[in-house]
Design a protein around this ligand. Structure first.
Ligand code: ZN
Length: 301
């Protein structure tokens, strides 16, 4: 009699797309698929169908990990644990994700925010290997981040939402109201992809290197990184997301971050080695789904 190999399911639940994958116990991805996020019943049905079809005849998983767009309820004692909270994503507020998959597959479910999961993946396999205290930031359609302390994501009241803190306004950007539906000119309202588009009618990559938007963007992100150094004291900050795919942005962020730190932190990491301290992701677009895999592996322990 042969024993079935242990399989893990990984679900990256994003606001615009879902990525689902199946991996073995070594973390090798055996199958993956992506589809657009539509309404909750149709999208979750597609997730379940993929896991059933590709998960082997038994359809049994060691565990399934879900890296979910937020806000989400992470308190295991809460009635709405595993639910999506109030989100601008139409139709998704109050959707139960973890419970649906737990009932369908009767296996342990790992559940966390997409950014906490990406932080876990970068810690395990990517640009933050070897450090246990780190921040993962994503700068794209929104701005969010995950924080690991001693290798574990911070939860607490809910989960960090550092994309919604208020930066000091850049002198060339005093009149733009910002695009955050909750705060207007918070970090996400001023420095996300949609903010750049609303301000200039273009994406960053379409703007000439001399355009002031590059300086404005770098300044806000430099403020956010400096704020994180002061509040969280991470050993590394990994910055990903669509806006950061413009490679020339990161050195500008380093420059502005150094400015906002004001010489106060006397450590070589932030004085002379910022290029190794605030870094691009090592896993690229795979951080989300690999984060979900990390959650699954941890849930199975
Ligand atoms: Zn906001």
């Amino acid at each position: 009699m042969t024993t079935q190999p242990v399989l893990f399911g990984a679900v990256e639940a994003g606001g615009t797309k879902f990525v689902v994958a199946i991996a073995d116990s070594r973390g090798e991805i055996l199958a993956r698929e992506r589809f657009p996020t539509t309404d909750p019943p149709a999208t979750l049905a597609a997730v379940i169908a993929f896991l059933r079809q590709r998960g082997g005849t038994s359809g049994a998983f060691g565990a399934i990990g879900i890296a979910c767009f937020g806000p989400v309820e992470l308190d295991r004692n809460a009635a709405r644990y595993g639910f999506i909270g109030r989100t601008p994503k139409v139709g998704w507020s109050g959707t139960d994700i973890a419970g649906v998959l737990a009932r369908e597959f009767s296996c342990p479910i790992g559940f966390d925010t997409d950014t906490n999961a990406a932080a876990l993946a970068e810690h395990r396999w990517g640009a933050a290997r070897g450090v246990d205290n780190l921040v993962y930031l994503t700068i794209g359609t929104g701005i969010g981040g995950g924080i690991l302390v001693d290798g574990a994501p911070i939860h607490g009241l809910m989960h960090p939402e550092m994309g919604h803190v208020y930066p000091r306004r850049h002198p060339l950007d005093l009149s733009f109201p910002g695009v955050c539906p909750f705060h207007g000119d918070c970090m996400e309202g001023l420095a996300s992809g949609p903010a750049i588009l609303a301000r200039t009618g273009a994406s960053l990559q379409e703007l000439d290197a001399a355009h002031s938007q590059w300086q404005i963007e770098a300044d806000y992100l430099g403020q956010l990184c400096a704020l994180l150094v002061m509040t969280v004291s991470p050993q590394r900050i990994v910055v990903g997301g669509g806006v950061m795919s413009q490679k020339r942005l990161l050195p500008l962020v380093h420059e502005r971050m150094r400015h906002w730190l004001g010489g106060y932190i006397d450590r070589s990491e932030v004085v002379s080695q910022l290029d190794r301290y605030v870094v691009a992701p090592g896993l690229g677009d795979n951080a989300g789904v690999l984060g979900a895999l990390a959650l699954a592996m941890d849930a199975a322990k």
